[in-house]
Write a protein that binds this ligand. Sequence first.
Ligand code: PLP
Length: 443
Amino acid sequence: MSNIIYPTTNFTATEQLTIDRGEGVYVYDSNGKQYLEGLAGLWCTSLGYGNRELIDTASEQMGKLAYSHMFGGKTHRVGQELAERLREMVPVENAKVFFGNSGSDANDTHIKLLHYYFAAIGKPQKRKIIARERSYHGVTVAAASLTGLPVNQTNFDLPVEALGILRTDAPHYYRGALPGESEAQFVERITNNLEQLILREAPETIAAFIAEPITGASGVIVPPAGYYEKVQAILNKYDILFWADEVITGFGRTGHDFGSTTVGIESPALMTLAKQLSSAYMPISASVIRGDLYEAMIEPSNKLGVFGHGYTYSGHPVACAVALKVMEIYQRDNIFERAAKMGDYLQRRLAEFRDHPLVGEVRGRGLIGAVELVADKATGKAFVDGSVGAFAQRACERHGLILRAVAGSSLAFCPPLIITEAQIDEMIEKFGKALADTQDFVS
Ligand code: PLP
């Protein structure tokens, strides 16, 4: 064992796999074995590995200006151009952009922007945030408070109470419906719960509602039709801002430009972006807010004092230059349209596993999906722990496919957006073999 403390790892675990290099949708281990990267790293390497244009862009920018900060209004051209490009792309009106380094720190930034904004407009008590059960919004102390997965909170005294995080239902029909409940009834019940929560807590104390349009780490949950329509109507009624965490779903992942477009979230007030923003070639994130929220903070900031928040690497010029090039490639090569076509194909192929005795549910949209393994297909009974999911993940690796077991026993698919039909076929074939091994393991 090396002396690395590994992230999101049980400390009894031994080192698993040494990844040496990558090319296209494939990575290679230290023995030269090839793996199809079915999760695009951690849902992020949209343009795959070894992209020469991105490598050259980073290298040129390092040569020109390797570092400059953005404190106090210091700026640089690539940062300004990237912010402008994002303003043109995102469905957030007249977007203003704060740069960070990760999805987690971008969500922390949003919490501070919300507190500052509501203080600026004379409503400092409007600061609670509604997040959903089993959501994933990151792991910093504030972002992990938004996250609704026990593993990220147990042992850490989270959520931080002062943040006033409220919890509402996960929109997962397969796991959350009552016996005999239709999808429409399920949506009615959980959105009614949301409204009751708002009334109980008092709407004038609630700033925002955060949601991943389609979730990732909690098992790729696609809410039933009508869910977001109802949620938005309730939030509008009580003057609560919609905050879309698009860290995974941003940039063509779900069959459209943003997950919000795919699921019908209209003009969110806040949006969190990371991962595919740079195709993971450099760490960078963006906390995007509606222009009118920013405008409202300008004059009051004379009284409130500086927005005392910023990272050394906010707007890192190399990360900005790479992200700008990624945006250019997305547009020039019609990556989102291609990904939408490949996404339809992936969903069709994944659906073939629906009848498999181990499979409880197949779900997804575009180039993100999950196959949930269950102990009892008829009742949907889950496996007691994550050992079957972990076995399936390892079986995939033996067959040369990297996937990720999430939420216990769901195998998540999220390949680079540049994947071809033949490579999807390869992924499905390898997964089929791993599933057969898993079947032997459980029986
Ligand atoms: N938000 C969502 C929806 C995510 O999926 C993630 C990471 O997977 C994050 C936030 C946190 O991002 P990071 O790991 O870059 O801090």
